[in-house]
Ligand binder design. Structure first.
Ligand code: NAD
Length: 248
């Protein structure tokens, strides 16, 4: 019960990595606020987490909407008393070569995968500073470090998340708020549903581990970063459960 009675808010909790982190946090004793665009998916995650005997609230929210995101965070603190852990896992993936990329696709990606992280950090940190403690865990990607073909927008957004994480970590650590990122390699989730078998085979062949990860192999890193004393000395770090794809 590493996170017993902590209050955690997880975006993107309806699916994939966010849902697995929600489950791992519930298994570790945390009470949860689960946020996602997809209300039906949130209910599935809620049912699984409630089975662990923790309190679970859900919020159907678009994390690119500043006012709506602020409301979810403020409501969490008003109703549950505090916010100990924020996990930013909401995200999307599209592919297009730069020479064909509609600027609208760029703006959408930056909004969903980067600006949303800024917004939830912006509205959560005043509460955490007032508490004198908190943990923020941003889900980046190893593509933010190495870049990906036809993924200029995604790679830029994720590199932005890494830069934001490091800068915010410096600003927040003196207040007792620790900010870190996780940069997974390819993980089996609906996000990768559109990839071709050819791409999958080629990608697996280049990974030292020769396979993609599972969400259950990512979630424990988010538990570690949120836990005490295990996470106490991580400040502005980018942890890489990535099958060996990137070795910074
Ligand atoms: N799957 C991978 O291979 C992989 C690798 C590295 C990083 N990531 C990152 O991990 C995070 C989670 O991805 P996943 O693979 O679990 O994907 P997923 O598609 O399974 O889950 C993403 C969730 O985010 C939600 N979401 C999307 N846009 C939203 C918005 N505007 N507001 C609220 N919720 C929104 C979706 O509804 C969905 O439930 C993403 O940031 C992704 O970029 C994934």
């Amino acid at each position: 019960m590493l996170l017993k009675d902590k209050i955690a808010l997880i975006t993107g909790a309806g699916s994939g990595i966010g849902a697995a982190i929600a489950q791992a946090y519930a298994d570790s004793g945390a009470h949860l606020v689960l946020a996602d665009l997809n209300g039906d998916a949130l209910e599935t995650t809620r049912a699984r987490c409630e089975a662990q005997g923790v309190q679970v609230r859900t919020a159907v929210v678009d994390v690119t909407d500043s006012d709506a995101t602020k409301t979810v965070i403020d409501d969490c603190v008003a109703e549950l008393g505090r916010l100990d852990i924020l996990v930013n896992a909401a995200g999307m993936l599209t592919e297009a070569p730069l020479i064909d990329m509609d600027p609208a696709l760029w703006h959408q990606m930056i909004s969903v995968d980067l600006t949303s992280v800024f917004l939830s950090c912006r509205w959560a940190t005043p509460h955490m500073v007032a508490q004198g403690s908190g943990r923020i865990i941003n889900i980046a990607s190893q593509l933010g470090i190495k870049g990906g073909e036809s993924l200029v927008h995604y790679s830029a957004a994720k590199a932005g998340v890494i830069g934001l994480t490091k800068a915010l970590a410096r600003e927040m650590a003196p207040h007792g708020v620790l900010v870190n990122a996780i940069a997974p390699g390819p993980v089996e989730t609906p996000l990768l549903a559109g990839i071709t078998e050819e791409w999958r085979a080629a990608k697996q062949a280049e990974l030292p581990l020769r396979r993609f990860g599972t969400v259950e192999e990512i979630a424990p890193t988010a538990v570690l970063l949120a836990s005490e004393p295990g996470g106490n000395l991580y400040v502005g770090q980018v942890l890489g459960p990535n099958s060996g794809d990137v070795m910074p």
